[in-house]
Ligand binder design. Structure first.
Ligand SMILES: CC(C)(COP(=O)(O)OP(=O)(O)OC[C@H]1O[C@@H](n2cnc3c(N)ncnc32)[C@H](O)[C@@H]1O)[C@@H](O)C(=O)NCCC(=O)NCCS
Ligand SMILES: Nc1ncnc2c1ncn2[C@@H]1O[C@H](COP(=O)(O)OP(=O)(O)OP(=O)(O)O)[C@@H](O)[C@H]1O
Length: 197
């Protein structure tokens, strides 16, 4: 049995960057946001159920994220409907990965791990963290969302302090070198735990 490590953290705190560092150490990675992208793409399992709920969100046979963002902005409750469609499909994708992955440590990059109760299925959880002002600076620098969209998403996520308090490991993503050293330390600890078991 592989060790399942959940990797979480609020929007823009450095999950994707840190996840790649775990891959560099030989861990296998499953990425919830990437799973959503697959489900939304042409032929993906979310396209038809999303068409039934939001026909205007389907463009060229795929779920269009900009159209979705517009729908959510006009009607924040739409996100609940979207989540009810998407989250069960994401859970199936995750279960399929877990059945076939071969590495000793499987890392699950899941932004809403605690919010969705997914932490119960993990052997341990690591949370990435930086101060809120730096978080906002990094997200705005990407230029992919407005401040209002950012605040709406952040308001939906469990506060960073609470995530960190619930996690087994906290990874401070202030610099790349510091984050990598913490990742290497966590991998060493988990491999020692596996060897002792
Ligand atoms: C809202 C959407 C259209 C925004 O798309 P966009 O490409 O601009 O952003 P992206 O997907 O990269 O998300 C940006 C950040 O917001 C976070 N986020 C996305 N959805 C949610 C949500 N429902 N609640 C809280 N945070 C969320 C992401 O995890 C990420 O950290 C898109 O995220 C979406 O369809 N979300 C609903 C599906 C979902 O719940 N995904 C979360 C992973 S299971
Ligand atoms: N350890 C680090 N040191 C310095 N900058 C970092 C570090 N980790 C991430 N960053 C920067 O912070 C920004 C956000 O990082 P990343 O995309 O990994 O976050 P994320 O949590 O996956 O975001 P989202 O929740 O939106 O998917 C990027 O510009 C990235 O280069």
């Amino acid at each position: 049995m592989s060790f399942a490590l959940g990797l979480t953290g609020s929007i823009g705190m450095g999950k994707s960057t840190t996840a790649q560092m775990f891959v560099d150490e030989g861990c296998a990675l499953w990425d919830a946001d990437a799973a959503v992208h697959r489900l939304y793409s042409m032929g993906g399992a979310a396209v038809e159920p999303m068409r039934a709920a939001f026909p205007e969100a389907i463009i060229d046979g795929a779920v269009n994220r900009d159209a979705l963002k517009g729908i959510i902005e006009r009607n924040p409750d739409a996100l609940k409907t979207i989540e009810a469609i998407v989250h069960p499909l994401v859970a199936m994708d995750r279960a399929a990965f877990r059945r076939q992955a071969a590495a000793d440590i499987l890392v699950f990059d899941i932004p809403l791990l605690f919010e969705t109760g997914g932490d119960a299925a993990m052997d341990a959880v690591a949370c990435v963290s930086i101060p809120a002002d730096e978080q906002k600076r990094r997200v705005m620098a990407r230029g992919t969302m407005t401040e209002a969209q950012f605040e709406q998403i952040r308001a939906k996520q469990m506060p960073n302090d609470e995530k960190c308090a619930r996690a087994d490991y906290v990874i401070v993503t202030d610099t790349l070198d510091h984050a990598r050293a913490q990742v290497q330390d966590i991998v060493r600890q988990i491999r020692a735990e596996i060897a002792d078991a």
